[in-house]
Ligand binder design. Structure first.
Ligand code: NAD
Length: 711
């Protein structure tokens, strides 16, 4: 943090964290700010105060999560919030006019500081993102944000921002009243100074400046009991539609804070806020969400560490196969401004891929996220072709043709004749070994796996797969490109199902066995949803496609042997009856357009009417989840991934494993490894050797180890 008094007698406080692109608050900075503000309060020579940043595209990204995450005690957590509140209250209490000049990211504590100022002024720039994302970390804003936002923008807009944690751009911030002015980026600081000087001239006192009157409708909503309750109830229902209060308490606690903001004096409201923050910070949900956030940031960091090979910069790319995946990948690559040549052997596929890409951009134009010109520019970056020309200058070619080893080898052989000296060949195969695909390649060291998930633009994970001969440069390049595309990369060793599909297939297999034993789909699917999975295993099988699932099952069994063996009869029966899942409208469920899929009871007849059997949800969860834990441990033991965090991020990002549980292995730690091993042994005795605890788990019990250090 730097400060100086400018020629207009305005104090300029500049956030300028050394050696980082991001400005963050921490206890030291808050203390420094506190001292500075105490001095300022006594000075009569100043005409105003402007908060600004020296970093392009960045105002202040909030409190350093490491510091919050290290607190395990409610009283200390609440105290921390009170200290921050007190510093920001000093800003609000200054008799000088104050302004925040927001030229970029302004989140959490950044927004809360801005809220404590008299004025907020933002640059008319895409980089400006404002919000209070605390709920996404399992907490609520703790430095006065939950109290100052509602009176400023009204309850509905404040609830929307605080309960979802979403970010808004400068224009939207202006529309809802969060910022007072939006000005060209080049004039941002000058305009902020002008604003405080004008206020100083007018000589208005700080109480009239601090909280401006909300619009009439918003005031009415806050003041009239039944209206207020109606607004809060509506927000509560919206939050319940997204998550359960038991698993994700923060949005529900935020409702309490917002209610306090509009019904109680500020000091009381701040106290409510601090108490809630104090209760949430040490909670399991918040600890796990913060851990995931930190781990995700780490995995997405593109810094080349010592001893690592630097990636090649991808300036031009190619995509082979313009189907569901290839089309999606080409769109994403173009979205990031990289020119991409896209080949398919079928004209229809190319047409569909281009139309789908166009559709995605159109949607963003309609939502005013991008201009039409930008959409057109991105579209023009995709150059379609029906032959192998135009790939010579590509730094990387991503193959996404049909899942067939022969075809993939042929496609690779053909393109190797056409690509440059160092072009990397990345395959998006979901089940074929990279080493096999590269078996006949001229340059197997340049062949690497880049496994996207469907739908490409939405799913956040990319598995980067190292084949036996893959070079470190190829791995580094694909990893770096994945990060540039906004994805979280997890590097995995070549092997059946790589990481995510391998572990997931153990859940599927077990679910199919339960069904064969008579457990009903209408019991099993809700049991796993109650555990926190985004959908139950049978719904998921329908999504994947039952023929595809059967094929993956075969690959897994061939590679891993009996422990991975599925009871094939059920999938065989459904596929034979042309029930392939969502793709043809019928599987375990019936899938209508837009409707919630309905379970189709005729499936029981098709699979031979197993005698219905009741199992409590906990037993179902235990079988399915512990089957995955065991396989996760096997993956670590075999070196499929290096660290437990790779398994956990893979499962959360690739399958939606409940984030509040922090991932598969963190969940196992929480249950207790000795208990997991004991249960697995009992399951093995009752249901078969596939449950026998992995060597790694057993040795962890012997050595009293966990996957992660306590805390
Ligand atoms: P798809 O059937 O939608 O598309 C495959 C495309 O490849 C078709 O358009 C076809 O015309 C084209 N093609 C076939 N031979 C070709 C050749 N020689 N040259 C150029 N194009 C050729 O399949 P998809 O779902 O997009 O899957 C593609 C790859 O991605 C597969 O390896 C699949 O396993 C993998 N994958 C799929 C998913 C998924 O959920 N669909 C997820 C991850 C990975």
């Amino acid at each position: 943090m730097l400060w100086h008094v400018d020629e207009d007698s305005v104090l300029r406080i500049t956030f300028d964290r050394k050696g980082d692109k991001v400005n963050l608050l921490n206890a030291d900075i808050l203390q420094e700010l506190d001292h500075l503000l105490q001095d300022v309060a006594g000075r009569t020579d100043l005409k105003g105060l402007v908060f600004q940043s020296s970093k392009p595209g960045m105002f202040l990204a909030g409190m350093d999560i490491e510091q919050i995450a290290s607190v395990n005690d409610s009283a200390r957590a609440a105290d921390g919030a009170r200290q921050g509140q007190a510093v920001f209250q000093r800003v609000a209490d200054l008799s000088l006019p104050t302004a925040a000049a927001i030229g970029g990211t302004c989140l959490g504590g950044g927004t809360e500081l801005a809220l404590a100022c008299d004025f907020r002024i933002a640059a008319d720039d895409d980089k400006v993102r404002m919000g209070l994302p605390e709920v996404q970390l399992g907490i609520i804003p703790g430095f006065g944000g939950s109290q100052r936002l509602p009176p400023l923008v009204g309850m509905p807009a404040a609830l929307d921002l605080i309960l979802t944690g979403r970010m808004i751009d400068a224009r939207r911030a202006k529309r809802i009243g969060l910022v007072d002015r939006v000005v060209p980026a080049a004039y941002l600081e000058r305009e902020a100074v002008k604003l405080v000087l004008e206020a100083s001239e007018r000589g208005v006192d700080s109480t009239t400046r601090a909280i401006r009157p909300s619009r009439f409708k918003e005031t009415l909503m806050a003041r009239v009991g039944p209206l207020r309750r109606y607004v809060l109830d509506r927000a509560r229902r919206a939050a319940e539609g997204k998550a359960s209060p038991e698993h994700y308490p923060a949005p529900f606690r935020a409702l309490e804070a917002v209610e306090a903001a509009v019904t109680r004096p500020l000091p009381e409201g701040l106290d409510v806020e601090a108490r809630i923050v104090g209760e949430l910070i040490p909670s399991r949900t918040s600890k796990n969400l913060m851990w995931l956030f930190k781990t995700n940031t780490d995995l997405k960091s593109d810094t080349v560490r010592e001893g690592e090979v630097p990636p090649r910069k991808v300036r031009r790319a190619g995509v082979l196969g313009a189907g569901i995946m290839g089309g999606g990948i080409a769109q994403l690559v173009a979205e990031k401004g990289i020119p991409v040549r896209m080949k398919d052997i079928r004209y229809d596929s190319i047409l569909t891929a281009l139309q789908t890409a166009q559709g995605l951009w159109e949607k963003r134009v309609r939502r005013r996220k991008i201009t039409r010109r930008e959409a057109d520019r991105r579209m023009a970056l995709i150059a379609p072709t029906l032959d192998d020309t135009g790939f010579a200058h590509a730094d990387l070619v991503i193959e996404a043709v049909v899942e067939n080893l022969e075809v993939k080898q042929q496609v690779l052989a053909a393109i190797e004749q056409r690509i440059g000296e160092r072009t990397i060949f990345a395959t998006n195969t979901s089940s074929l070994p990279i080493t096999d695909i590269a078996a006949r390649a001229l340059h197997p060291e340049r062949v690497v796996g880049m496994h996207f998930f469907n739908p490409v633009h939405r799913m956040p994970l990319v598995e980067v797969i190292r084949g036996r001969q893959t070079s470190p440069e190829a791995v580094a390049t694909v990893r770096s490109l994945a990060i540039r595309l906004g994805k979280t990369p997890v590097v995995v060793k070549d092997g059946p199902g790589f990481l995510v599909n391998r572990i997931l297939s153990f859940q599927m297999n077990e679910a199919l066995r339960l069904l064969a034993e008579g457990v009903r789909i209408e019991v099993a699917d809700p049991a796993m949803k109650a555990f926190g999975m985004p959908m139950g295993p049978f719904r998921l099988l329908d999504e994947i496609g039952l023929d595809t699932a059967r094929h993956v099952g075969e690959v897994m069994t061939a590679a891993l042997g009996r422990r991975a063996e599925a009871d094939g009869r059920i999938l065989d029966a459904l596929v034979a009856a042309d029930r392939l899942g969502k793709k043809n409208g019928k599987g375990f469920y019936r899938h209508g357009k837009g409707d919630e899929p309905q379970l189709d009871p005729s499936v029981y007849k098709l699979i031979g009417e197993p005698t219905p059997r009741d199992l409590p949800p906990e037993t179902i969860q235990e079988r399915l989840v512990f089957a995955m834990v065991n396989e996760g441990a096997n993956c670590l033991e075999e070196g499929v991934v290096r660290e437990p965090r790779d398994v956990d991020m893979g499962m959360v990002m690739g399958t939606g494993f409940p984030p509040f549980r922090g991932g598969l292995l963190r969940h196992a730690d929480r249950v207790g490894i000795p208990i997991v091993v004991d249960r697995l042994s009992r399951l093995a005795d009752a249901h078969g050797e596939r449950f026998r605890p992995s060597e790694l788990l057993q040795s962890m019990v012997r050595n009293q180890q966990r996957f992660y250090p306590v805390g």
